[in-house]
Design a protein around this ligand. Structure first.
Ligand code: SAM
Length: 492
């Protein structure tokens, strides 16, 4: 087994298998552990052209889809990525990255990419194929292999709980197909049942690999982080800084307390979370916010009424995401948001739909709408769903808001017609931008770490935007906040 970091030990739980526990008191915002390069990581097909396949530096302007939502969250890079000359698929930001990637993974995938071009295997199948090939080549330490094999697979649950549906393949059928592909392309002699169990294990244990600002990049597997169980009110959160996965505490964690992360978004309704956790991880969450609607706690609306409202809103959201063009999705999302008009904006799933509407506005380059949605989340949602103040999601959202504010101020000073509607609020954008920057700088050390790529991005941005170290008086900030709140209210 791989050695665990000193801050944690492995313990057994009555209903959740193994878990990780604090071996000493962990202070709020402390780094619990860092994994310097997970066992295996793969980029999503759509990111193969936009991110370095070794250090995961993201270069969105290389993207054929144009500037995406993430471009606001990520410092734009001037670097160009160069494709591997053999497979012409994966890309690198430097010769060093190419050499490193070749030695730890690409030598196993390069031929495969060329053979299947322009198709790419699904991420889970790629992870299984890589592990099989590395194992065959004796390039996988036995301790890592044993730690992987010891992870839960829920193979029997997968096999028995999913019958095919008219809508498409069941999860079990998908596991069968991916395992056949992994067996074929790794030329493995392992029995199919063994490979199916590997595939199931990857499904249960792999994490979404993201940029430091939570733009999804791919899939990653760490045998240490895989031991973390779920809570809807977790005491830690994961961030990525290039190849490093870092787990930091959100609150003080006493010695011998279980360390948890959240497998789901807190902005969806408890029934949605329960269904997802059951279908994907085969357990029923019994945390307080699932058994009682504690985050909502609204006497004026019954649970049944909330459920009916959510079902209708989620239907609209799904119809919106099936639209070919973002222009068509916008009105459907607005309709879904309008259903919640009588209720406070933190009521789930409103926050999740608002975020989709925000991303849609970004893809349409509708900056005033994106700004208003972002302000709405800032004033009415994030402080409730993402506690404490330095929760990485909250900090990243402030960061995205800061970039929107700076962009809006620039457009306004150029007299751009698209932001004319904001003039009536008479906001001093500089004051708000400085207040946000101070919050991000203060919180960023705890959310991502002072030595993180994120902290460097924030520093670089502040320097380039000429935002010095100055502070603004609380009274002045308060006055601007009232105006900004009105923008957030008016778009509701
Ligand atoms: C990524 S693994 C976590 C480590 C796992 N407990 C183990 O023993 O290897 C995910 C699995 O852990 C279990 N699990 C995680 N969180 C749980 C929770 N809150 N309650 C019950 N089981 C949980 C479920 O079986 C889930 O499929």
């Amino acid at each position: 087994m791989t050695e665990l970091p000193p801050n944690v030990y492995r313990g057994e739980l009555p209903d959740a298998g193994s878990g990780l526990f604090a071996s000493q008191l962990i202070e709020p915002g402390e780094e619990v552990f860092r994994v310097q390069g997970c066992l295996v990581s793969v980029l999503n097909q759509s990111q193969l052209t936009t991110a370095c396949a070794n250090c995961f530096l993201w270069v969105p302007e290389n993207s054929e889809d144009g500037v995406g939502a993430g471009a606001l969250g990520e410092e734009p890079k001037s670097k160009k990525l160069r494709a591997c000359q053999r497979c012409k698929i994966v890309r690198y930001c430097s010769k060093e990255c190419q050499a490193q990637s070749w030695s730890h993974s690409h030598k196993y995938e390069c031929k495969l990419f060329s053979k299947l071009y322009p198709q790419v295997l699904p991420n889970t199948a790629r992870i299984v194929t890589q592990l099989l090939l590395r194992r065959k080549a004796k390039d996988l330490p036995s301790s890592d292999w044993q730690a992987f094999l010891a992870l839960q697979s829920h193979i029997d649950d997968f096999r028995s709980s999913h019958n095919g549906t008219s809508e498409g393949l069941s999860t079990w059928q998908t596991i069968e197909l991916m395992s056949q592909a992994a067996s074929k392309y790794s030329d493995s002699r392992e029995p199919m049942q063994f490979i199916q169990e590997m595939t199931a294990r990857v499904l249960v244990n792999a994490l979404t690999l993201t940029t430091p600002t939570f733009d999804p990049l791919g899939l990653t597997l760490s045998t240490t982080a895989s031991l973390l169980n779920h809570s809807c009110t977790p005491n830690t959160a994961i961030t990525y800084s290039g190849r490093h996965l870092t787990l930091r505490s959100l609150i003080s964690i006493p010695q011998a307390t279980e360390i948890t992360i959240s497998y789901t978004a807190p902005t969806t309704t408890p029934p949605t979370r329960l269904t997802h956790l059951q279908a994907r991880y085969f357990f029923t969450c019994t945390c307080p916010s699932c058994s009682t609607h504690t985050t909502n706690n609204l006497p004026e609306i019954s649970d049944t009424a909330i459920e009916a409202l959510s079902v209708r809103a989620i239907e609209l959201q799904n119809t919106a995401s099936s639209q070919q063009k973002p222009e068509q999705a916008g009105p459907l999302l607005k309709q879904a948001l309008d259903l919640f008009k009588p209720y406070p904006p933190h009521l789930q799933p409103y926050p999740a739909i608002l975020h989709t509407a925000f991303l849609n506005a970004i893809s349409l380059q509708n900056w005033p709408a994106a700004l208003a949605y972002s302000l709405r989340a800032y004033f009415f949602i994030d402080a409730i769903h993402y506690q404490p103040e330095w929760h990485p999601v909250r900090i990243v959202r402030k960061w995205v808001l800061l970039r929107l504010v700076v962009q809006t101020a620039a457009l306004m000073s150029e007299g751009d017609a698209s932001v004319k509607g904001l003039e009536k609020y008479g906001v001093d954008w500089r004051v708000f931008a400085l207040a946000l920057l101070r919050d991000i700088e203060e919180g960023g050390g705890r959310s991502h770490g002072v030595d993180s790529i994120f902290a460097k991005q924030v520093d670089g941005f502040a320097r380039d935007a000429g935002m010095g170290r100055g502070s603004v008086e609380g009274e002045v900030v308060g006055r601007e906040m009232r105006k900004l709140r009105r923008i957030a209210e008016d778009c509701g």
